[in-house]
Design a protein around this ligand. Sequence first.
Ligand SMILES: Cc1cc2nc3c(=O)[nH]c(=O)nc-3n(C[C@H](O)[C@H](O)[C@H](O)COP(=O)(O)OP(=O)(O)OC[C@H]3O[C@@H](n4cnc5c(N)ncnc54)[C@H](O)[C@@H]3O)c2cc1C
Length: 582
Amino acid sequence: MPRKRFDFVKRLMHFASKCSEKRSEILSDRMQYVGVFVVSTASVLYLSQIYGLTSTLFASEATQRKKIVVLGTGWAAVNFLKNLKPELYDIEIVSPRNYFLMTPLLPSVTVGTLEARSLVEPIRKIYGKWHKTGVRFHEAQCVDVDIEKQQIKCRDISGITSSNPEFTLDYDFLVVGIGARNNTFNTPGVEQHCHFLKSINDVRQIRNSIVDCFETAAIEGQSEQDIKKLLHFVVVGGGPTGVEFAAELRDFVTEDLKKQYPGLSEHARITLVHSRDHILNNYDEQISEYTEKHFKTDYINCVTNSRVTEVNKNSLVIMNKKTKEKRVEKYGTCVWATGIAPSPLTKEIAKKIPGQTNRNGLITDEYLRVKNSNGTIYAIGDCSVVEQEKLVESVDEWFQKADKNADGTLTMEEFTDIMEEAKRKHPQVSSYFSTAWQKSLKKAFNEVDKDGNKRLNMHEFREVLKKVDSKLRSYPATAQVASQQGHYLGSHFTTLYSKDQNPDFKALGLEPFKYRHLGSFAYVGNDKAVLKVPVFGSLSGWWVMWLWRASYLNECVGWRTRFLVAFDWIKSKVSGRDTSRI
Ligand SMILES: Cc1cc2nc3c(=O)[nH]c(=O)nc-3n(C[C@H](O)[C@H](O)[C@H](O)COP(=O)(O)OP(=O)(O)OC[C@H]3O[C@@H](n4cnc5c(N)ncnc54)[C@H](O)[C@@H]3O)c2cc1C
């Protein structure tokens, strides 16, 4: 305890003992009790102030503030909390996971390049400094939302529960950041026989399964056929997660298992099955080609244009999408990384709100408010789909603004000016018109100017806006989008606090959410990575791997994880990965 506080408590105790000494001389019995009461109350209050317990004692203060209940401790929720001024609201966090998980580095944990604990940060540590403001965390799962009553029902689903594991919480605002679950596309056998790559538990199981396959193959008397089956690793999904896992596995086999299981590693095969023409199809062609070429020399077999249609205990069926030809492949370990689907709670909430018909998540407006929820529910991250404003919906407004001389038509000059303005507010404008801005504007103008009078009437202008709106895309389900949304909403609530209750955010001058794509990385193995950045285009090579590492170190939520991740990278390079199956 700091000296000043110690002195204060000492003085209180001294006063109390003086009171008792003088009891018979000065104070009556009654006065003695009053003295003791005053002293003990003062002591409790002072100590509780020091140790941040004031909020608990003054719960009534909290009840006067609007209450925000946050569901989740992932990228969206944590960035929301980090940007919210906690003293402005009464905040409760509910999540079955009491930590934040650095998901992009999970593939490295499947083979022991990084350790699981290096990627997690306890949520209580992240919001620890807010204790004084009364933020509370409940390690539980939200199982239902009563939209009318503005109340959620939660259940403790951990191993140890009390006799009353269910409880309810009221909210003024509910912030849903519950992520998504794996998408199996209803493929039979996936849930039972494949590993997913989404949680700490998943990566632990994959790591054990890989080593188990090698240990079983190494047991005396195994046939070559069995060894080949055991050491065949199938990865379903050629997006960044599947590609990074295949790359890490290849590194593990060639750098560590080769030495520890002599004579076995040459039987190891990795098959990457992808339903599109090229792996990493969301990056650009150059990156896909680079990765495919790199994988070929690294003995990773990319089976594109194909789908896994059935999974059994030791084999699976791969169908070529074009020829419909099917073939059976035996495998030792299969990892399923084909994308995401909404979680049961997201579907349940959507069912209760009219107009929530999107198959991918809760539809929100551009301020991230769940549509038709009276502004009480917000959704961020993988569980949400932001409905962006279509230009064509306000075609009259845009046309009037553009038609400066009010002659009912737009010249090329007027068209250019209005598109310049629209570009600042609507991302689809810059996506539609290429970087050769003037040239592509002219091309679009001439394409719709059917009568060739070098002017656009309302009908022709509407045609241009429809084409531009075709470039409107929902944001990708990435940590980058989730954290930017969380960040935005945290600041938004801070601003909202000082505004009136007007739900017309446009009228209040509040900025809508805008996603800024900073680039996409993928580790492709053998100390190489690929990167797609908006300004520089596609980059690849060993130095991109260093950039990839620096970028993820920067993304870690605290210095502890930053240090642990860096240390693990050095450790696995210097002394190899740990192959113990614990
Ligand atoms: C292996 C892997 C690699 C990835 N690599 C990248 C990458 O390189 N770059 C990138 O940008 N993105 C990457 N992603 C995607 C990224 O992780 C997600 O887009 C991001 O995690 C979404 O954040 P979120 O907050 O919406 O959900 P999550 O981070 O999944 O968090 C959801 C939270 O909600 C909690 N929750 C779930 N159900 C409930 C409930 N009923 N009640 C209360 N709480 C609940 C969970 O416990 C969790 O805390 C990767 C994902 C994976 C799995």
